[in-house]
Design a protein around this ligand. Structure first.
Ligand code: FAD
Length: 432
């Protein structure tokens, strides 16, 4: 059977229907750009607080990374804790780490409250060490996380790793039991339904083309021009992640879109699945150019990585299928004769400091920069930004941190340097 170049998760989920002919309202309290986790989580909270909200989505609900990801609901941030402390100090890092833990509870609570059938399970995550020195660093990280954040992780030595993973190539692991897994397409569909049930209007195929300051009856706000007409909004929230484009040039200059790709196999036997991942963990390795993998709820191996650095095109997706299959076989030679059935790609959003960023810029609200760690964090940031818009209050440690652009301003949103960056990361993996 030929590989389907299609997102497997979408074959399992039903997105909510929206009305394609409904005209945009004349005005709303908040226009949210992007119908992913950030935008829909914000819209749900705002609508529950009585605001009128229009979500404007260039494609369809969940079209971006939110339906395409690995479904790993992870604690922590992309950067390690010691690096975070050196950048932001202990107090702010403690608040950031607490936010990462709260973000898992936030997803669980929404799933529970809205009865979203998305296979959410607290199965924990496992990071596996590709080198001895990466494993040696795990003990230091576990100690720092316990001391600074009162959160317990476990180091798994190499001789005990077979209880966690059916692969012999790693030097050991580190487990966090608090992380979870879910089906992201079912989750984003459920989040959209929850936002709609709370009163949000969702407009698909409504690409925001232009934003201009405009007062209405003396109230300052925005004229938001979309491909389906215009709407006036008192506030705008941008939740466009790796798909941030020309409508918000100031943000676009700060975000590097990076491709990430995933394959899934055919359904595995029970025995093989439990040999590969006995505790059904969300797994990723310790490289910069990393692999991440897990079993799907119907027992396929889902295997992802940055097989090509550029955002997805037909040719990067096709090439990625073979690169990822090779990678999967290095980890799991047991899958040699197993068919790969699906391959797809999506775009990650990296800020130049590899941190999430949120707040207000040029009068617009935004949250993005999740760097492949956004299932939980984007949901949480959406909620936080909704609170900030609704009453100005927030306890969001990512608001107000420096948001760097490219050195010397050498970037306008077209990532010309990605091949160089890709080679650099490969080199770093080789030497570090
Ligand atoms: C392949 C892949 C695997 C990943 N795996 C994981 C994982 O396992 N765990 C994890 O925590 N994170 C993972 N991530 C990251 C996570 O998926 C994202 O951080 C998260 O989904 C971001 O959500 P979002 O709502 O901010 O953005 P998105 O879901 O990307 O949504 C942005 C939306 O904005 C829309 N848009 C853009 N411009 C406009 C415009 N001008 N007008 C209207 N709409 C616009 C886009 O069409 C898009 O639908 C992965 C990402 C990818 C790509």
């Amino acid at each position: 059977m030929a590989i389907h170049e299609h997102n497997y998760w979408l074959t399992t989920a039903e997105m909510p229907q929206t009305e394609p002919a409904r005209p945009l309202p004349e005005s709303v309290d908040v226009a949210v750009i992007g119908a992913g986790f950030t935008g829909l989580s914000a819209a749900r909270t705002l609508a529950k607080r009585g605001a009128s909200v229009a979500v404007l989505e260039a494609h369809t609900v969940g079209w971006g990374a939110s339906s395409r990801n690995g479904g790993m609901v992870l604690t922590g941030l992309k950067l390690g804790v010691n690096k975070l402390i050196s950048m932001y100090g202990r107090e702010r890092t403690q608040r950031m780490y607490a936010a990462s833990l709260a973000s898992i509870d936030c997803v669980e609570q929404i799933v529970h409250e809205e009865k979203i059938d998305c296979d959410f399970a607290r199965c924990g995550h496992l990071e596996v060490a590709c080198k001895q020195k990466h494993f040696d660093d795990y003990a230091r990280q576990v100690e720092t996380i316990s001391r600074e954040f009162s959160h317990q992780l476990q180091v798994v030595p190499r001789n005990e790793l077979r209880n966690e993973i059916g692969s012999t190539i790693y030097y050991g692991g580190m487990v966090d039991e608090i992380s979870a897994g879910l089906n992201p397409a079912k989750y984003v569909a459920g989040l959209a339904r929850a936002a709609i049930n709370a009163g949000t209007l969702v407009f698909e195929n409504a690409a925001v083309q232009n934003l201009a300051r405009a007062s209405r009856q003396g109230v300052p706000g925005w004229r938001v021009q979309t491909s389906r007409g215009a709407v006036w909004a008192r506030n705008v929230l941008v939740g466009t992640s790796g798909y941030t484009g020309t409508a918000t040039p100031a943000l676009r200059k700060k975000i590097i879109p990076i491709g990430s790709y995933i394959i899934t196999t055919e359904i595995l036997s029970d025995d093989l699945a439990s040999e590969l991942s006995p505790r059904n963990r969300m797994i990723y390795d310790s490289k910069n150019y990393l692999y991440y993998y897990r079993l799907t709820p119907d027992r396929r191996m889902l295997f992802g990585g940055r097989a090509a650095f550029f955002p997805e095109t037909a040719s990067t997706i096709r090439r990625s299928a073979e690169i990822l299959r090779q990678g999967m076989m290095e980890v799991y030679p047991q899958l040699r004769d197993v068919k790969v059935e699906y391959v797809w790609g999506g775009t990650l959003d990296f800020a130049f400091d590899i941190m999430p960023h949120a707040g207000e810029m040029e009068g617009m609200y935004y949250a993005l920069g999740y760097a492949g760690h956004g299932v939980a964090m984007a949901t949480w940031q959406g909620q936080q930004m909704a609170e900030m818009i609704a009453d100005g209050n927030h306890d969001n440690p990512f608001v107000g941190i420096p948001f760097p652009g490219a050195p010397l301003g050498l970037y306008n949103g077209r990532p010309w340097f990605l091949p160089v960056a890709g080679a650099w990361y490969k080199l770093l993996d080789w030497v570090s």
